[in-house]
Design a protein around this ligand. Structure first.
Ligand code: ATP
Length: 357
């Protein structure tokens, strides 16, 4: 097990399109990233398309050279070292299995390339196949496998090299929704068994929340927050994290120089929230959606700040009748309110509002 650290990582690419017009402009894919994965940790890099996740992973792997900053594996700076000596196994979105080789040959291929003896190769392949439950598939060709099975073969091929670190780049994105859930669960259990430090890239927050020991939320080449799934959900560092994580996202109401944030599931008809410690607000109902037993109420609130469109998520246990067009008293428990600076979006201390004591 090894730590993986990056310090002050900057990566600039040439912006080819602009360059053709005579101006060579750089794309800053990483703008000074610091983070560390602990030994055995499952760290997820989460962020919207283009935020720099893949660039960060490729730089750790040694497939890209940083413009500035350092990459450390097991405490040693690896800048300049080629990928193969970094003891890293990388599994990409496309598994890139050799189509004409059997599963067995695909798995042992990297070992053969290293000159390992056949007996030892077979022992390792059998061990990995057992671990990933693919023994019955060893004689098949990749086209005779399902997407999830191919993914396990790709993992087995990565695993036989005894990597110090696993780097996974959206490895589940080719699977259908149901397979993804199963594969996610398998991946998590597998990582727990082998205990290899893993960095996992995704733009899917459900995947990040389900898999990560911690999540690093990236935006435009910067880390916005690193924390456990619970921390980034309950205590977002800024409005970007607050609205990127959670579906529907956190509601934000402008109140002077602050934004008052609360999650849709904490905004309920007032009679469902204990009176002692709550903030009430009238909600005008526009429309409703029924999703997996929950009612999603779309409307607007006034009273605690500027009139703002919000979403409330009512569990099936809340039976309050609601009709589009009506206005009703809703409330949020005071300890569920989060406050942000309206200018910078950064988290601030709470300020007393409404009927909070
Ligand atoms: P996605 O989720 O869409 O895969 P990502 O978060 O992995 O996105 P990156 O692929 O790391 O994002 O790209 C980050 C930024 O760097 C983007 O603006 C992208 O256009 C740019 N970029 C990436 N590779 C290159 C390259 N080789 N040359 C120029 N620009 C690049």
């Amino acid at each position: 097990m090894n730590t993986v650290e990056v310090k002050g990582l900057v990566k600039a690419f040439d912006g080819h399109l602009r360059a053709r017009r005579g101006r060579s402009e750089q794309v800053l894919a990483l703008k000074g990233v610091d983070l560390a994965a602990e030994p055995g940790e499952y760290l997820v890099l989460l962020g919207p398309s283009g935020c720099g996740k893949t660039t960060l992973l490729r730089t750790i792997a040694g497939l890209e050279q940083p413009t500035e900053g350092e990459v450390l594996i097991g405490g040693n700076v690896v800048n300049g070292l080629p990928p193969r000596v970094r003891q890293i196994a990388m599994v990409f979105q496309s598994y890139a299995l050799y189509p004409h080789k059997t599963v067995m040959d695909n798995i042992v291929f990297p070992l053969r390339a290293e000159g390992m003896e056949k007996q030892e190769r077979d022992r390792k392949a059998t061990w990995a196949a057992d671990l990933l439950d693919i023994q019955p598939l060893l004689r098949r060709k990749p086209r005779q496998l399902s997407g999830g099975e191919r993914q396990r073969v790709a993992l087995a091929r990565a695993l036989v090299r005894d990597p110090a670190v696993f780097l996974l780049d959206e490895p589940l994105s080719n699977l259908d929704a149901k397979m993804r859930a199963t594969a996610r669960d398998e991946l998590k259990r597998f990582q727990e068994r082998v205990g290899t430090t893993t960095i996992y890239v995704t733009h899917d927050q459900a995947e990040a929340m389900g898999l990560g020991d911690r999540i690093a939320v990236l935006e435009q080449g910067r880390v916005r927050q690193i924390g456990t799934p619970r921390e980034v959900y309950d205590d977002p560092a800024d409005t970007f994290v607050a609205t990127f994580i959670g579906s529907p996202p956190m509601n934000l109401v402008t109140r002077g120089d602050r934004l008052v944030g609360f999650r849709p599931e904490h905004l309920l008809p007032a009679e469902n929230v204990p009176v002692e410690d709550r903030v009430t607000m009238p909600l005008h109902v526009d429309r409703m959606e029924y999703l997996s037993g929950d009612r999603h109420v779309y409307g607007s609130v006034t009273g605690i700040g500027e009139e703002t469109r919000v979403i409330a998520r009512l569990p099936a246990t809340v039976a309050t009748p609601l009709e589009p067009g009506e206005t009703r008293e809703f409330a949020v428990p005071s300890d569920r309110l989060r406050f942000f600076d309206a200018g910078s979006g950064a988290r601030t201390d709470p300020v007393p509002i409404g009927d909070a004591p």
